[in-house]
Ligand binder design. Structure first.
Ligand code: ZN
Length: 237
């Protein structure tokens, strides 16, 4: 495959109609190949218009996690572009099919669902060749069981695992503080400070502009662990 510069990559953020969720279109302007990340509710028409206007070929729909605000327009997208493949963790794939497990049954006026992902992975990481690039997908549980981060040409799409200036939500079903700490350790330990972060909500930022403590107060975690252990000890007495 002919090599070419990452400068040919085009990135567009499309803000959804539910919780102002971010969908992304990433296109290689040299090959005209494209991927969509997290087509949430109210994003398909704009994604479709961009693909048509730019004469792109949609190859993949990549999902950072299972929640309805990130997957609500997967179904119309894969129906219109039947040759594109949906890529997600196995846990996300299972929840896509069930409005209760993707939470649309509880928090949305609509029940969103779609069939399983075409490409699933249950390992810590997976690499996906795409248009001369390698897309890296890494499990980053904590916000939800299916959460992953997606790296394309040095840009990291973090879904709801890391949103600028806010503590990561771990109260939803399957959320885990300990898993979030492990995910944040991996994120900060394996990416340079200049990494551009494209989160699931809000504006992009650089990794150097944030810290583990912003997304999960580690001191609170440690003291809560001690409290929990002392409560366990008392209950054993
Ligand atoms: Zn979420």
């Amino acid at each position: 495959m002919k090599q070419h510069s990452g400068q040919n990559l085009y990135l567009r953020r499309i803000i959804g109609t539910v919780h102002e969720q971010n969908a992304f279109l990433v296109a290689d302007l040299w090959s005209r190949m494209a991927v969509v990340i997290d087509p949430g509710p109210g994003t398909f028409d704009r994604i479709h218009a961009l693909i048509q206007d730019m004469s792109l070929e949609l190859n993949y729909i990549l999902l950072t996690h299972e929640h309805y605000d990130h997957m609500g327009d997967v179904e119309p997208t894969r129906k219109f572009y039947p040759s594109c493949k949906v890529v997600a963790s196995t846990a996300t794939s299972e929840c896509l099919q069930d409005p209760k497990r993707n939470l649309s049954a509880f928090h949305s006026g609509s029940n969103f669902s779609t069939g399983p992902a075409d490409i699933q992975f249950d390992e810590d990481e997976m690499s996906l060749p795409w248009s001369g690039h390698v897309i890296r997908l890494n499990r980053t549980q904590g916000h939800s069981p299916g959460s992953i981060c997606i790296a394309i040409a040095g840009v990291l799409f973090t879904g709801d695992t890391m949103i600028n200036g806010t503590r990561t939500v771990i109260k939803l079903p399957g959320g885990s503080r300990n898993e979030l700490i492990a995910s944040l350790d991996w994120l900060f330990g394996n990416h340079p400070p200049a990494t551009q972060i494209q989160p699931g909500h809000g504006a992009p930022f650089f990794l150097r502009e944030t810290s583990k403590e912003i997304h999960c107060s580690l001191k609170t975690c440690a003291s809560q662990e001690i409290l929990r252990e002392s409560a366990l000890n008392k209950s054993q007495i």
